[in-house]
Design a binder for this molecule. Structure first.
Ligand code: SF4
Length: 240
């Protein structure tokens, strides 16, 4: 089985715990207004914009092995990597035999509930919750967030949720209201040192020209959001 691979970054310290090899698969099922990687959205990739390589799990692992023993694990991202779940299952099964951990970075719109084989070989999920309100999520991405919310709760309940990520873009929605609502919604499933939040400031670099005017939140605003989560009882929030 082969996957469409956009790129592999040998060392990344921002895609899950520790130093990891990050693998970006081609193709995404939603269309975020602030997408920083629009060239990864097309299922097959516009060859004028990007390079896509069909790779087997073994071929990807050959690239990963070059970083042994300097990486703790791999993270597969996109685009949306959950569009190719059977490939992920095979890749993660083989990766774990190398003693490496396995993480999925996802927009959350594809259901995890019917993917037990994949969950069995996945150590953690970095999950986007782009907005608490489904209509706002649809405005930002073109899709509602019912599956995202269900995934967040399912993954937390089985200790597979590593991180909830919220891109904060005040031009599109009320970040304070949304972050508070997400925090409250997840609180009954939170245990110290289980999952954490990552609040990501919207920045215009790489976005499509028509959205480049949107406001970047200031440091005070971002710290206020982290304060909301702290007040709710979350021990760790990363602001970037
Ligand atoms: S989920 Fe990621 S790759 Fe897909 S449109 Fe949104 S930002 Fe772009």
């Amino acid at each position: 089985m082969k996957a469409r691979v956009n790129k592999i970054i040998p060392f990344s310290s921002v895609d899950g715990p520790g130093n990891r090899t990050a693998i970006f698969l081609q193709g995404c099922n939603i269309n975020c207004l602030y997408c920083h990687n629009p060239e990864t959205r097309d299922r097959y990739g516009d060859q004028k914009l990007t390079t896509v390589t069909e790779m087997s799990a073994d071929e990807v692992l050959e690239k990963v092995k070059k970083q042994l023993p300097f990486v703790r694990g791999i993270t597969v991202s996109g685009g949306e990597c959950m569009l190719q779940p059977d490939f992920l299952t095979e890749l993660f099964t083989k990766t774990k035999k190398l003693g490496l951990s396995t993480m999925i970075d996802t927009n959350g719109t594809i259901d995890f509930a019917d993917k037990q084989d994949l969950l069995d070989v996945t150590d953690g999920v970095l999950l986007d919750v782009k907005a608490f309100d489904s209509d706002i999520h649809r405005k930002i991405t073109g899709a509602g967030n019912e599956t995202v919310i269900a995934n967040a709760r399912l993954l937390a309940s089985i200790d597979k949720l590593e991180e909830i990520r919220c891109v904060i873009c005040p031009s599109l929605y009320d970040g304070k209201q949304s972050v508070r609502a997400i925090g409250e919604m997840m609180l009954d499933l939170y245990k110290p040192h289980s999952f954490h939040f990552k609040l990501i400031s919207y920045r215009p670099m790489g976005v499509r020209a028509e959205y480049a005017h949107m406001l970047t939140p200031g440091t005070d605003y971002m710290n206020d959001l982290a304060g909301i989560l702290s007040e709710l009882g979350y021990e760790e929030t990363i602001v970037v």
